[in-house]
Every structure is written in C-alpha cells, then in structure tokens.
Design a protein around this ligand. Sequence first.
Ligand SMILES: O=C(O)CCC(=O)C(=O)O
Ligand SMILES: [Fe+2]
Length: 337
Amino acid sequence: MNAVLKDTDRDMKLPAPTRDVEQGKRDMDEYGLCVHEAFVSGDQLKALKDRLIEQAELECEQGVALLSGQSRGGKTWYGRPDADVLPGWQGIAALYNKGRVFIDYLQHPLFKAYNAHVFRGASAHLSAMTGLVVRRGAEPMVVHVDQQFMPYTEVPTYLNCMLCLSDFEEVMGATRVVPRSHRGPYPPQAFSTERGAYNPEPIATVAVEAPAGSVIFFESRTWHQSGVSISDKTRYSLTTLWQQHWVKPMDNIVENLHDSVYASLREDELQLLGFKAEPSGRVEARSPSSRQNTNRKTPYVPELRRGSDVRAVALEGMGDRKGADDEAKAMGLNTKR
Ligand SMILES: O=C(O)CCC(=O)C(=O)O
Ligand SMILES: [Fe+2]
C-alpha cells in the first residue's frame, strides 16, 4: 500500500466539468471523481427538487426529521427542529419510498454506463438514496471514504452520485474532495465518544463547485467530506449510491421498501433496488404472498411436519425443469446438470 501523502504533496487540481460520459470515465480513473454537468435539467430537475423540499419540510413538521448540526458523520437525531432555527443539516432517507420521481431518476441511462465502468462490469444495484439539506451553521464532516469500514479494495465497492439540486458553492458547504486519493490508503481517523470520528491531523481538501443539475460522481475510495456553510443560500442535493451486487447494501432496501411501493414497481425497477439473485442475495418467501426476487421466485416453505396442517405454498408455473432452466439463465448460471 502507498505511503500516506502529506497535504503539501497533494495536487488539488480537479477535473474540468464535462457532459461527455467517456471523459467522465477517464476522470474517474485519474481523479477518483468527475463532475458531469447537466446530468439532469428542466422539468425533471425541478420535480426532484420540489419533491425533496416538500418531504423535508413535512418530516420537520411531523417531528420525524433526521437532523444534525454537522452531518451524518456527526451526532444525528430524529425529531423536529426548534421553531425559529432551521437545522444546519437534514438528511431525507430512503427516497425510493418517497416519490415516483425518485424511482424514475434511477433509470437515467448514464448510471448504467458509470456503474459498468467503475465496477469493471460487475452487476450493480442501488445501495442508498438520500436527500441532503445543508444550511448556514453546518460544520464540516470528517474526511472519509465511503468504504472506510472495509479493507482497501482493487475495485471500488460503491459509487456515490451526488446530484446538485441547487448550485454548489464553497460557502454553501459544497462537497470537498482530495483528487487522486482513490489510489489509497484511507484518510487517518480517530474516534472519541465526545467528537465521534475525527481526523487527528488536518487534511487539505478542495470544494467541488458545480451548477444545479450536475452530478458529482465519486467512487468509494475517494477522500471527501461535506464543507462548512457560511451562506444564506441552502444547499440541496440528492445522493444515489450504487454498489456491486454482492455487497450488503448501505440501506437494507429489500427490508425497507414499503409494501405499497413494492407493489407499484415493475420487475426491472425492483432489480435496480436489489431484488435479484445472481447468485447472492436470495430472498425466500416469508409469507405465501411475500415479496420475491425478480429472477428467482420461491415457494413459501415453512417448517413442515407430519400430522400438521401447515402446508407449503407452491408458485404457479414453478416446479418444472423448464422454469428452473429459465431462472438459471436469467441469473447467468450454467444450466448443464
Ligand atoms: O454532503 C456531502 O457533501 C458529502 C456527504 C457524504 O459524505 C456522502 O454522501 O458520502
Ligand atoms: Fe461520504
């Protein structure tokens, strides 16, 4: 593993913003990040922002907002902000439950292109989808990588796609990064009960300023933090975190997804959320009408005993060799037996 670079050794040059996915991929390789301008625009951008703000306000009004003076890296709590002080930081979690507009956004074709590049072709799905609101008074987050809790990996485990719903300016607490830091190791951290995780030595970072509609892509080995806000302008963003399929997701989406939302989604949409087995991540039916993997449906099979009335519930169309072969093919498995 490389030696830890001193701040003075760091070249803080950022990649130029681009609208070209091929340039973006090259920037990911070289810098560990890229800024893809005009990733979203017009009505779609407005709809995402409006929905996020309405949800954020109502979570505050109904006393269930995820709040902090700092950011997720600091102390957070669920509740209602003080009547006359808007929170420095608010997270709006599990957006896949909070509006069709967010599910539609997951289908942006360039997500597929960036995921395939960053994960070297490994199958990917969503890991988390979170809105962030940063206001004056927000303190900076500890410098971290999004896979800080696991050993360094040759291929990134997650891809963070930070959609700027407002402009991102340094004074608004724009995301700060260390360009080229994805080559390892990780930023040194210490932990105390008072401060939580912190960097024992200061680490120089650079703010990524970008107009609304841009996505700042950074892979999970790139050092970053949220910045300090000293502005009256509010920073709004929407994080779409993707992951390699075999990894345990940041959000347990298969568990979290509301039943009503599950029922409203197509199979390909459910696959984007991780309802697929290829070959890891099997969902076994937990009731006869249970949620299913989309490419490996299972019967309901409880504890079966002689003399008991409890019965398994088979699925229609299952149980024959052809069904099994189709299923194996969908999972990319060898069907020769
Ligand atoms: O809010 C930010 O600028 C950074 C948040 C962060 O660390 C993350 O999304 O992983
Ligand atoms: Fe992060």
